[in-house]
Design a protein around this ligand. Structure first.
Ligand code: PRP
Ligand code: URA
Length: 209
């Protein structure tokens, strides 16, 4: 079974409170999502392999550590996933970025895929699927299945807020995928919104209604 990690770092939790607040406007919301994504990237990359290298300091030649060159790919789910990409890229600038376009049909709540563009070497990359919201799990489930169909082997899922229902869907369908969250909320409401959640992530990021 995939592991579920909820990051309890005080800065992540503090910023998430303002992200949830309905009185937080678009500009501040976007900035906070960007900052939390960066902080989460710091935690998610904890297990990246290192290699020993030599470095010449002004004082002497010394042994030191460098990332061992693991190739990373970021895959935001459009639209709302875009709001987290730059934050992650601040820490992993060499990551390539693929895009999966999915929207959730408001009646059926089923995801509809409308776009996909991925780096050509996804099978060699450690992929991080990015979406602020894991609600019914339909969108992330489809995005991950789409990546696997195209050869992806190592996938992680990074979301700000999840409902238990969505986490169960991913654990069941993709037991190889670890899930990283800033918060696990209570439940879904009758419209498939996360409770207490933050409302509609895409609308709040992009100022649409
Ligand atoms: C939101 C969110 C997820 C999805 C989660 O996207 O960003 O992709 O819903 O819901 P699920 O787990 O029930 O599938 P939405 O469909 O609103 O599209 P948008 O990002 O374009 O606004
Ligand atoms: N999508 C959102 O943007 N918010 C939710 O609470 C659920 C799905």
């Amino acid at each position: 079974m995939g592991n579920v990690f909820v990051f309890d770092h005080p800065l992540i939790q503090h910023k998430l409170t303002y992200i949830r607040d309905k009185n937080t406007g678009t500009k501040e919301f976007r900035e906070l999502v960007d900052e939390v994504a960066m902080l989460m990237a710091f935690e998610i990359t904890r297990d990246l392999p290192l290699k020993e290298v030599e470095v010449e300091t002004p004082v002497m030649v010394s042994k030191s550590k460098q990332l061992a060159g693991k190739k990373i790919g970021l895959v935001p789910i459009l639209r709302a996933g875009l709001g987290m990409v730059d934050g992650v890229r601040k820490l992993i600038p060499a990551a390539k970025v693929g895009h999966v376009g999915l929207y959730r049909d408001p009646e059926t709540l089923k995801p509809v895929e409308y776009y996909i563009k991925l780096p050509s070497d996804i099978q060699e990359r450690e992929l991080i699927v990015i979406d602020p919201m894991l609600a019914t799990g339909g969108s992330a489930n489809d995005a991950i299945a789409s990546l696997k169909k195209r050869g992806a082997k190592n996938i992680r899922l990074m979301c700000l807020i999840a409902a238990p229902e969505g986490v169960e869907v991913i654990k069941e369908a993709h037991p190889d995928v670890d899930i990283y969250l800033a918060a696990m909320d209570e439940k879904l409401d009758d419209h498939g919104y996360i409770v207490p959640g933050l409302g509609d992530a895409g609308d709040r990021l992009f100022g649409t209604k």
